[in-house]
Design a protein around this ligand. Sequence first.
Ligand code: PDD
Length: 285
Amino acid sequence: MDIVYLNGQFIAADQAKISVFDRGFLFSDSVYEVIPFYAGEGFQLEQHIKRLKISLAALNISVEDNYTEIVQELVAKNKMTNCSVYLQVTRGADTKRRHSINESLKPTVFACINPIVNNYALAAAEVSGINVIVCEDLRWKRCDIKSTSLLPNILVIEQARQQGAKEALLINDGKVLEGASSNLFLVESNKIITPPSSHAILNGTTSQLVQQVARKQKIAVLHEDISYQRLIAADEVWITSSTRGLLPVLKVDDKFIAGGEKGAVWQKLYVLLAQAQAKLLNETD
Ligand code: PDD
């Protein structure tokens, strides 16, 4: 049985209990991170903890200092080498259900692990591209906060699954913003396009890394709005996330992108990203 972390204790998953009056349970008054670990080492751990603290500050939930130690100890205790850590912080358990915030609550901190594959261990030729669908974005106006309020995301992911697709891209007011659990990139004439950062999308850790790696190679990265027409006319489409890495999209709805083949710019970036991952992991030894 996996060991999980809950409020100061590392315990068997079936021993972990939270209050029915926890505001995370009642109101999704909570935020989270999903952090990949490869060979037991956190990948972009600092960036994930930084973003967690930004999400907590945005909701005025008190921030603690020991998140890094918690996730590292959890991975070590589970003796799991390649896994993702789910880390959730709620505003805490009240004594009754009420909308108003009781400022004396102590946040609930929970973490568990899931096995993952090392996304960058495959040769580029072995990576499978995915099909995606485009759905109306029904989320709130602060998607930069990594809130656990994920019902709109879950509904479109289910719609994608039913249509044989692996991700749903979200369109709002004519702009395709990001996936239900990933960021979005296009390639046009060897230039990389991704939507400008705003309250409407999550500032992805993988997206930031892809942009850094591209700029180092003098590949232009533009922050521009992406319409549906622009999306389906692109030379290449990719998604990025901590658990999926950098994945090529071969089909959007019923339309093939670039004839349904993985693109040359994707391949170049994928190889560079795999090298960057190996380097970053070595540096944390
Ligand atoms: N999701 N956009 C959304 C809406 C996301 O939920 C995620 C990540 C991303 C990519 O962010 P990052 O590169 O930092 O993982 C973008 C995680 C993996 C999840 O919810 O499981």
